[in-house]
Design a protein around this ligand. Structure first.
Ligand code: NAD
Length: 290
């Protein structure tokens, strides 16, 4: 299948990787050269890791890498069966992009959005045929996480839902349907959890303790501050803002998240968030406490 992935950030790069691994042909598009370069090296090191673990042959890796092309603009991208947008979580940006990329989707093709929180029925109005528009919410990191929320909008056809389920199963994922309400199932729950964790830190708790408690008391593989850093402080704040406009004040990003956001401490991808990340070193707590 020919696939266009819009946005080569954390999620776009991961989606592109699992798609080429499954034998699809991918055009990965981003306005940022830095993002494209980073995605390119992330995808090739991700596949190399699978080879070293014996999960992928060298031949399959080369085949997969031959199935991806990188674009900074739409020119040169051939019509696709499926477009998946994974650009920054801003409603107007996504609407503009969906409109722009509509003509690149074949007549029976599907347009999917990886939005974390924006209602699918709202974004669907920007596509030429809302019956062929759907939410396909992958989890981070995409190559590792099995779950994908499949979110039909009010006009999404049954055929589109079936095709989205088949496609994600073909990537080795476990799709689950979720209602089209802001944040769907996963982010409605995780949004409150991450916001409250940051509030606990703001009130004086040590992020290391907060993370440790959630790991040892509830068997979470990762604590909430570590998880917010992995997701991205900006992605978390954008998601919470959308959730707040749908469900009220309890989702408003708390002042600590806003401080991290405003100072560019966006988490792992920026090298610093709740923790400081340096190659070859264990992450260190980066929140100065009174
Ligand atoms: N990070 C997560 O854990 C996570 C999980 C699930 C879903 N999501 C969702 O996935 C989407 C992307 O999130 P991310 O974490 O990959 O963000 P990111 O910041 O890592 O990447 C976003 C990319 O979009 C690109 N972009 C911005 N404007 C563009 C345009 N006009 N055309 C093409 N590319 C453009 C940026 O250059 C950037 O590389 C968001 O909707 C987010 O809510 C994120």
């Amino acid at each position: 299948m020919k696939i266009l992935v819009l946005g080569a950030g954390t999620m776009g790069a991961g989606i592109a990787q699992v798609a080429i691994q499954a034998g699809h042909s991918v055009a990965l598009m981003d306005v940022s050269i830095a993002a494209l370069d980073k995605a390119k090296s992330k995808i090739s090191s991700g596949l190399a890791k699978l080879v070293s673990k014996g999960k992928l042959s060298e031949e399959k890796k080369e085949e997969a890498l031959g199935n991806i092309s990188y674009f900074r603009e739409y020119e040169g991208i051939e019509p696709v069966n499926l477009a998946i947008e994974a650009v920054t979580e801003k409603i107007e940006l996504k609407q503009m992009l969906i409109k722009k990329a509509s003509s690149l989707v074949k007549e029976n093709g599907i347009f999917a959005t990886n939005t974390s929180s924006i209602p699918i029925s709202l974004l669907a109005t920007s596509f030429t045929d809302p019956a062929r528009f759907i939410g396909m919410h992958f989890m981070n990191p995409v190559p590792l996480m099995k779950g994908v929320e499949i979110i039909p909008g009010i006009q999404t056809s049954e055929k589109t839902v079936e095709e989205a389920i088949l496609f994600t199963e073909g990537l080795g994922k476990i799709p689950s349907k979720a209602n089209d309400t802001a944040g769907f199932i996963t982010n409605r729950l995780i949004g409150i959890y991450l916001n409250e964790a940051a509030k606990a830190v703001l009130e004086g708790n040590d992020p290391v303790e907060v993370d440790r408690m959630m790991k040892v008391c509830f068997n979470m593989p990762m604590g909430p501050c570590e998880l917010t850093d992995l997701i991205g402080i900006d992605v978390t704040v954008d998601m919470l803002n959308v959730m707040a406009s749908a469900f009220g004040d309890r989702y408003i990003p708390n002042p600590l998240l806003m401080q991290l956001y405003n100072s560019g401490r966006l988490g792992r991808k920026a090298g610093i968030g709740f923790y400081r990340y340096e190659k070859g070193k264990d992450p260190e707590c980066a929140i100065r406490r009174k």
